[in-house]
Design a protein around this ligand. Structure first.
Ligand SMILES: [Mg+2]
Length: 207
């Protein structure tokens, strides 16, 4: 199957990355788990808006913030297991123009098992069987424009349940979801509650 995989917040730990650099540069002690909503950054920092944040994020030792991010533990290993089982890893990531080359470098440095990378806003335009995403607005659009595909929300403190999306709380969960979809079985959900058929529709309401 074609697995459409987001990077930031799913494979790359964007928040720990910017927070550790911010704390070092400005002498603050923002905890790594401080981000609890999608637009939290200005409220946690001295930046008045995201424009100021992005201007700061653009140059760190000659590279953008994105070049310095660490992968989440186990993420890349899970992608390799999925690729070895015959799945096609399709990277779907949104980036500013100035981070495009850093993104390719990051993918190469960390040896992501992919030969298809899309850097774009409109992720639904790339047809995949399963999408894995953490951004609320992307989840909503994927569900709307790809209603016959499986859309998985990687559960993070900064997102919320999206109707039509399946919750996964770990890479193990995601592997189980993909295995169940490939075997035409049902996936019991991140919490073991509501059952979801391979087309992503909820079959029960217990959660
Ligand atoms: Mg993301």
């Amino acid at each position: 199957m074609r697995l459409g995989i987001d990077l930031d917040g799913v494979v790359a730990d964007f928040n720990s990355g910017w927070i550790s650099r911010y704390n070092r540069e400005f002498g603050t002690e923002i905890p790594f788990d401080a981000v609890r909503s999608w637009d939290a950054i200005p409220s946690l920092t001295h930046f008045r808006d995201m424009g100021e944040f992005w201007r700061w994020a653009r140059d760190h030792d000659g590279r953008s913030m994105f070049r310095h991010l660490e992968p989440y533990p186990g993420a890349i290993e899970a992608l390799w297991r999925l690729a070895r089982r015959g799945h096609h890893i399709v990277v779907l990531t949104t980036k500013p123009r100035w981070a495009i080359h850093d993104t390719f470098e990051w993918i190469a440095e960390h040896r992501l098992p992919t030969r298809e990378v899309h850097i774009l806003d409109r992720k639904w335009e790339v047809d995949c069987d399963v999408y894995l995403e953490d951004a609320p607005h992307n989840l909503e659009r994927l569900v709307r424009y790809r209603p016959d595909r499986i859309v998985a929300r990687y559960v993070r403190p900064w997102n919320h349940p999206v109707e039509g999306a399946v919750d996964v709380e770990s890479w193990d969960d995601f592997e189980r979801l993909v295995d169940a979809a490939g075997a035409d079985e049902t996936y019991s959900g991140a919490s073991g509650g509501g059952r979801v058929s391979p087309d992503g529709r909820e079959e029960g309401d217990s959660k």
